[in-house]
Design a protein around this ligand. Structure first.
Ligand code: MLT
Length: 253
């Protein structure tokens, strides 16, 4: 009997929405049932936004989504904040996770300085507007090579960020500041885990990915050259190739 395709749950970063997974949805549909939701408050989500959106809260929403769709187990692929959510999900419901893909993310908590920066972002979301935050973040998200070779990416990316709600941006920023260090959790991860990053990611420099790899009992690290923080968007063919290989190996296991 043919095996059922795995469910691939794509979890976007901050301050983004499921729009960033456009190049993955169709390209991976032959190997997996792809679900790419907008997290609470982002994109087209109509769920209520509390003052603080913790990673745990996002994970609870994803569990509910899987339950509603009758999905018993999923491969979680989280990028940046999406990675924080994926780790939080794994911590509580490891039995619902078939595999983990942690992209351009880290397992450590924020530094004190980082927490202050989150508070400022939350304030700025209301005081200055999300479009101002989007303009400020754009240069950090994609690499010099991507800017040169794919200049058409910048405007839609900025537009995705600028269309997010101020209350959700503020709440998620404050929520990220509360997340604990989950490096010890990684030691207990029992599913095949791929850490993916870009060699030019300054927001999550390579040592953060190497530290995650070290903690993982069954991990592998793939570094995409000259790509920064949004590896799936900057190098979709390479990113999809990595995911295809991972999903095929999972199907053969
Ligand atoms: C993201 O891309 O989700 C953010 O850079 C994560 C963060 O600010 O820690």
């Amino acid at each position: 009997m043919a095996k059922e395709k795995p469910v691939l749950l794509l979890i976007h970063g901050f301050p983004l929405d499921a729009g960033i997974w456009q190049a993955q949805r169709d390209a991976l549909a032959d190997l997996a049932t792809v679900i790419a939701p907008d997290l609470r408050g982002f994109g087209a989500s109509t769920l209520e936004v509390p003052a603080v959106l913790t990673m745990e809260r996002f994970a609870e929403d994803l569990l509910q989504l899987l339950d509603e769709r009758g999905v018993r187990k999923a491969v979680l692929c989280g990028l940046s904040m999406g990675g924080y959510v994926a780790m939080s999900f794994y911590e509580r419901w490891p039995e619902r996770v078939q595999g983990l893909l942690l992209c351009n993310t880290r397992s450590t908590a924020d530094t004190e300085e980082g927490v202050e920066a989150r508070k400022l972002t939350a304030k700025n979301a209301f005081d200055k507007g999300v479009d101002v935050i989007a303009r400020g973040m754009l240069p950090e998200l994609i690499s010099a090579r991507t800017k040169l070779e794919r200049p058409e990416l910048s405007a839609p990316l900025e537009a995705i960020m600028a269309r997010q709600r101020a209350d959700a941006v503020a709440a998620a920023s404050l929520g990220m500041a509360l997340r604990p260090d989950r490096t010890l959790l990684l030691r207990k991860v029992a599913v095949p885990t791929l850490v993916i990053t870009g060699s030019a990611d300054e927001l999550m420099p390579l040592p953060t990915s190497e530290a995650m790899l070290q903690a993982l009992p069954n991990g592998r690290l793939v570094v995409i050259p000259e790509v920064a923080h949004l590896s799936n968007l900057e190098a979709p063919e390479m990113f999809n190739g990595i995911l295809r290989e991972y999903l095929s190996a999972l199907a053969d296991a």
